[in-house]
Design a binder for this molecule. Structure first.
Ligand SMILES: [Zn+2]
Length: 131
């Protein structure tokens, strides 16, 4: 199971509200716990939100230069907002998800605790808990 720290998701949603109507992007950092038993679900804890410096936000896309990130950072996944529309990943999102970790959130207006969806690296909806 993936557990998402409440403060992390709240600050991400706040970021999305702050840059609205532009798109907001941030990365999740955390730890993958080793699996104790065979067939056990992977346990991932997301504990930190990284807002890449020098990100550019626009109404239709957002991006960042990976060179601005510290080296050896453990990126577990990503967060970005869709200022218009819903929480479904675009083709560009799917490409990004496939190379940037295991847990990806897309938030949509009004960016409250109900207005986001989570996906795995293949863009399939993924269960998680907020705590
Ligand atoms: Zn997107």
């Amino acid at each position: 199971m993936i557990s998402l720290d409440r403060k992390v998701i709240e600050s991400a949603l706040q970021g999305a509200r702050n840059v609205y109507p532009n798109e907001f992007i941030a990365l999740f950092r955390g730890a993958e716990k080793p699996i104790a038993k065979k067939n056990e679900e992977k346990n991932v804890e997301i504990t930190e939100l990284i807002i890449p410096p020098f990100s550019d936000y626009s109404a239709h896309s957002s991006g960042f230069n990976p060179w601005h990130l510290p080296l050896s950072i453990d990126i577990i996944g990503s967060f970005h907002s869709h200022p218009s529309g819903r929480g479904e990943p675009s083709q560009q999102d799917l490409n990004f998800f496939s190379t940037n970790g295991v847990f990806h959130v897309i938030a949509f207006p009004p960016f409250t605790s109900d207005s986001f969806r989570a996906y795995n690296s293949k863009g399939k909806p993924i269960p998680f808990k907020v705590r």
